[in-house]
Design a protein around this ligand. Structure first.
Ligand code: SF4
Length: 63
């Protein structure tokens, strides 16, 4: 699985963390999403949902 967040695009809205908290965490100081566990959603499919729901398409996900 390939997963990354484009820090140039991310606006720190927190939606990815709401959807997939085992993988994404918002750095409050930087107001950016960070990936804390690259494999954390492998069996639940939440990374895909987070990518689909990112308002600025900052999440790159490839199974
Ligand atoms: S949903 Fe997208 S814009 Fe919002 S914090 Fe996550 S990566 Fe950033």
């Amino acid at each position: 699985m390939k997963l990354s967040v484009d820090s140039e695009k991310c606006i720190g809205c927190g939606r990815c963390e709401e959807i997939c908290p085992s993988v994404f965490h918002i750095d409050e100081e930087l107001a950016l999403s960070k990936i804390i566990d690259n494999e954390g959603c492998e069996y639940v499919g939440c990374c895909e949902a987070a990518a689909e729901n990112c308002p600025v398409e900052a999440i790159y996900y490839e199974p």
